[in-house]
Unconditional design. Structure first.
Length: 143
């Protein structure tokens, strides 16, 4: 199966979200001559009452820092022969991944996942939600 557009969502603060998924994404992008889009999501506050405890420019500052970090990550970890770009989104993690996949018309999402804990079974991890709601194929790489 050949892919044209691959999305690799990752958490810059959690190496297990990409340590195994990134090599798989690079290999598939190379073998399919696909573009690799690396995405990180800055989570929203959830309830608006939580937001009042942060400085007014917190979201802008967090987005700017995430942009710098994802650019550095892509420069350090994605080989020059793999075409693509890096992106930052803001909001609910799984929803932003699905929205990015649809906006970019990706045909494969590659995600890292850890062994689920009890709370993951009750609440549902982001990888499971992406698998359930995505319109394209999803490859979950266990760490």
């Amino acid at each position: 199966m050949n892919f044209r557009e691959i999305l690799l969502p990752l958490d810059l603060n959690d190496e297990s979200s990409w340590s195994h998924a990134l090599p798989a994404a690079i290999n598939l992008a190379r073998s399919s001559q696909a573009r690799l889009h690396v995405l990180t999501v800055v989570p929203d506050f959830g309830m608006s009452i939580v937001g009042q405890f942060f400085p007014k420019d917190f979201e802008h500052t967090a987005m700017a820092e995430a942009e710098k970090r994802i650019a550095a990550f892509a420069g350090d970890h994605v080989p020059a022969d793999v075409a693509g770009r890096h992106l930052v989104a803001h909001g609910s993690v799984y929803k932003e991944i699905i929205d990015a996949a649809e906006t970019l018309s990706v045909d494969l999402i590659i995600m890292g996942a850890h062994r689920p804990d009890l709370e993951d079974y009750l609440l549902g991890p982001n990888a499971a939600r992406v698998v359930r709601h995505s319109r394209c194929s999803v490859l979950v790489v266990r760490s």
